[in-house]
Design a protein around this ligand. Structure first.
Ligand code: SF4
Length: 398
């Protein structure tokens, strides 16, 4: 008998378990979907050990011990932004734009060329919203990248940027996303979702695209046969009901399109932003949130932990809480989280370090590409010194 199955059976025999939590555990064991009310109960009453047993059983049913990572690098064209999201530690306001960076197309291509000959498979492009980073800029950038390195997967921009760019270019979402695909966009990252509830969203991210607009752009992108990810920013002024509302809207869209690959919970960090007065949630809450995401999002294949944000140790433990993918792996050049007080201020991990982290959690590492096709199986791999490629490239510290 599989260890995770026997753990669920032990859980079901636990006489201390409340009838409601037992019913949820039975449903999960029978691979039946839980309701929003049941999801809320998990947040309110599910202990860490209870959630771990269920989330781990689901993870092992789908993926066994396999834990994915990929080799990507980030390019952030600008950190100056017209929007003023209260949780954002990364952006510089337009009126203080001289404190930030605004790279030209040539400068971005120079950064990209630094990875020539390096074993990276994906470039992740995201940044602030500014008028000069418009439809022409990004379509030219995507074409230039593809002309230079056709096999590099471009994962770029979120509905926050696309909504702004298309409005300015007087294009519908359909026209805009089709043009981005034609220019070379391969997939969309999951950012900009924050929290969908309109009242909370207005308070923390007022003015940028609404939840409905975020979901509409992903729906259209999936309709073009393309893939994207989804996120949720948690641990600020939202409550558990807002989190379930967020997960429910994602689950419904995924039922419609099957276009989401991974869900990435993003922890609110409280340094250098307008919400610094808020305490951060505990590591226990981070782990509970991973587990509930795995249980609730029964139609998402991958739950991903972003280790530079939560730290290596929490990422390692998350592999027993439903997580089967670790992001921010190699050459992680983003400043988004280090500027918000994330655990890792220099987020670079070599392949060897990452594989060893995964192994130390009792899991098996597989390098994937952006579409979760296997690039290299590390299950029986022994490292030689030359495998220890790191190649971290620092961005300017602002
Ligand atoms: S979260 Fe994004 S849209 Fe909001 S201020 Fe920061 S960079 Fe701009």
């Amino acid at each position: 008998m599989n260890a995770s199955v026997s753990s669920v059976e032990r859980l079901l025999r636990d006489e201390q378990l409340s009838p409601a939590l037992r019913q949820i555990a039975e449903k999960v064991a029978q691979e039946r979907r839980i309701t929003p009310d049941e999801g809320l109960l998990l947040y309110e009453e599910g202990s860490l050990s209870y959630l771990a047993v269920l989330a781990n059983a689901l993870r092992e049913q789908r993926h066994g011990d396999i834990t994915y990572f990929n080799r990507n690098f980030h390019i952030e064209p600008t950190n100056v932004c017209l929007y003023t999201c209260a949780f954002c530690s990364y952006s510089r306001k337009y009126k203080r734009r001289e404190e930030g960076w605004e790279y030209s197309l040539e400068e971005i291509m120079d950064m990209l060329r630094q990875y020539d000959g390096k074993p990276v498979t994906e470039v992740h492009i995201v940044g602030g919203v500014m008028p000069q980073y418009d439809f022409d800029f990004y379509t030219t950038l995507f074409r230039s990248i593809k002309a230079h390195r056709p096999d590099l997967h471009i994962k770029a921009l979120t509905p926050v940027e696309y909504h702004y760019i298309f409005k300015k270019a007087k294009l519908s979402y359909e026209e805009g996303m089709a043009a981005m695909k034609e220019a070379g966009l391969d997939s969309m990252p999951g950012g900009g979702a924050e929290i969908f509830d309109s009242e909370i969203r207005d308070q923390i991210a007022g003015g940028k695209c609404s939840a409905e607009e975020w979901l509409a752009i992903h729906r259209i992108w999936h309709g073009l046969g393309m893939r994207s990810n989804a996120t949720m920013l948690y641990g600020h002024i939202e409550n558990f009901a807002h989190r379930i509302d967020h997960l429910e809207r994602l689950r419904r869209l995924q039922d419609e399109t099957s276009g989401f690959q991974a869900f990435i919970p993003l922890k609110f960090r409280n340094q250098n932003n307008e919400m610094s007065y808020l305490p951060e949630v505990s590591v226990i809450e981070d782990l509970r949130n991973y587990a509930i995401s795995r249980i609730y999002l029964d139609n998402f294949n991958h739950i991903k932990a972003y280790w530079p944000m939560i730290g290596r140790e929490t990422a390692r433990i998350s592999l027993g809480m439903g997580v089967n993918d670790i992001d921010g792996t190699i050459d992680d050049t983003t400043k988004i989280y280090s500027m918000a007080g994330a655990e890792e201020q220099n987020p670079a991990m070599s392949t060897r370090e990452l594989v060893e982290l995964i192994r130390s959690a009792g899991r098996e590492a597989v390098e994937r590409n952006s579409l979760y096709e296997w690039v290299r199986d590390y299950r029986n791999h022994t490292f030689e010194a030359e495998d220890d490629f790191k190649g971290y490239t620092a961005l300017p510290v602002v």
